[in-house]
Design a binder for this molecule. Structure first.
Ligand code: TXA
Ligand code: MG
Length: 353
């Protein structure tokens, strides 16, 4: 394990890690979204091990990470014009595109699909690692399958220490939520996973609406072929998650939400309930005796997204066995946050205000 500073990453550590990748080993590395668990894309041995280490179902394909446009041409073919429009405005950055795979990509990477998910991360450590390896790197999030994605080196250590060759720890990630996944091969394009690039921004770049299916919002079961990863229970702490949403998040409604959370807690006498709320709800929780985690502010959803996964993990460290979470509006990054929360939740309530 190497600790790196983001401004001046230790070149020895990155060179070491790149050599491990070239020799078909596995390296966990930071990206601007969450940490990734990387293996060289052409290696069946490395990519197979990624699935084993994570306990990941083999039909859930990996994202291929690249550091140059030259690498893009090696992993994808027949790239549509609209893909280039998005690439120009968002790469390097947290947008993953579904493209036709090149024939060299092993089928294990794409879970048997003819398409491949590709992104160019903007984190300096990720870019330098891929550059030095000089090959594309297949990498899912560096968590055990089903657990919340890792947003700090410590999270990766908790899940994967001793199971892989190298962990590059550069502290907390910038967004704290995964990349947006868009299938650009369909007409109109389809959002497969909301993430760090808001849908609104993608639509602005393309100059047209894209399809946001119910499963991308987290409210419907997934049609298997569309987005294999989204059909699995995800992002979940050991605690049972109960999500309390509201039809609006106006101030008056927030106090109603808190009243409902109170009643809920009172009815669960045998469990250790904890609560996770944005700070703008905190004033409604004055006389409450359970552990309260705060996650950003509804007026700055970027902060909510950034703290979401670490709060889910903290609930486990606190040994909460019930975590009651308040929802947020679905605008901008709010869509990605609500998708993760709905997937983590085993019960969901909607309060009409
Ligand atoms: O921000 C991120 O995207 C992080 C960092 C490490 O880059 N990676 C990440 O990977 O979140 P992972 O494996 O946890 O999620 C990949 C998602 C899954 O939902 C998977 O089903 C989908 O991308 N995916 C990958 N290839 C696909 C394909 N060919 N067609 C449809 N969905 C695909
Ligand atoms: Mg993941």
């Amino acid at each position: 394990m190497f600790k790196l500073r983001i401004e001046s990453p230790d070149s020895f550590a990155i060179e070491y890690a790149a050599n491990v990748l070239k020799k078909e080993g596995l390296v966990a590395f930071p990206t601007e979204t969450v940490y990734g668990l990387g293996g060289i894309v052409w290696s069946e041995r490395a990519t197979r091990r990624i699935f084993e280490v994570k306990g990941r179902p083999s039909d859930n394909p990996l994202i291929v990470h690249i550091s140059s446009m030259e690498m893009l041409e090696r992993v994808a073919s027949r790239i549509p014009e609209e893909a280039y429009m998005l690439i120009k405005k968002t790469w390097p950055g947290p947008l993953t595109l579904i493209l036709h795979k090149s024939s060299e990509i092993p089928r294990i990477v794409t879970g048997g699909l003819e398409t491949v998910a590709v992104r160019m991360p903007s984190h300096p450590v990720a870019l330098e690692l891929i550059n030095q390896t000089n090959e594309p790197v297949a990498a899912p999030s560096a968590n055990l399958s089903g657990r919340p994605s890792p947003t700090s080196g410590r999270h990766v250590v908790n899940d994967l220490l001793g199971r892989i060759e190298v962990i590059l720890d550069a502290g907390e990630t910038l967004y704290g939520i995964e990349s947006t996944v868009v299938n650009i091969l369909t007409d109109p394009p389809v959002l497969l996973r909301p993430g760090a690039v808001p849908v609104e921004e993608i639509e602005k770049i393309l100059g047209r609406r894209i399809v946001v299916p119910g499963f991308a919002r987290g409210v419907e079961a997934v049609e298997k072929a569309l987005s294999p990863g989204m059909k699995y229970r995800h992002y979940a702490p050991a605690a049972k998650v109960v999500l309390i949403e509201a039809s609006s998040y106006e101030r008056t409604c927030l106090s109603k939400l808190a009243d409902i959370v109170r009643v809920f807690i009172a009815s669960k006498t045998l469990e250790k309930p904890c609560v996770a709320i944005p700070v703008d709800s905190l004033e409604n929780y004055e006389r409450i005796s359970v552990k309260i985690f705060t996650m950003g502010d509804r007026n700055n959803i970027y902060e909510v997204a950034k703290s979401l996964f670490s709060v889910l993990r903290a609930a486990d460290e606190e040994k909460c066995n019930l975590l009651i979470v308040e929802g947020i509006p679905e605008e901008g990054l709010g869509l990605a946050v609500m998708n993760r929360l709905r997937k983590a939740a085993s019960e969901r309530f909607i309060v009409e205000c």
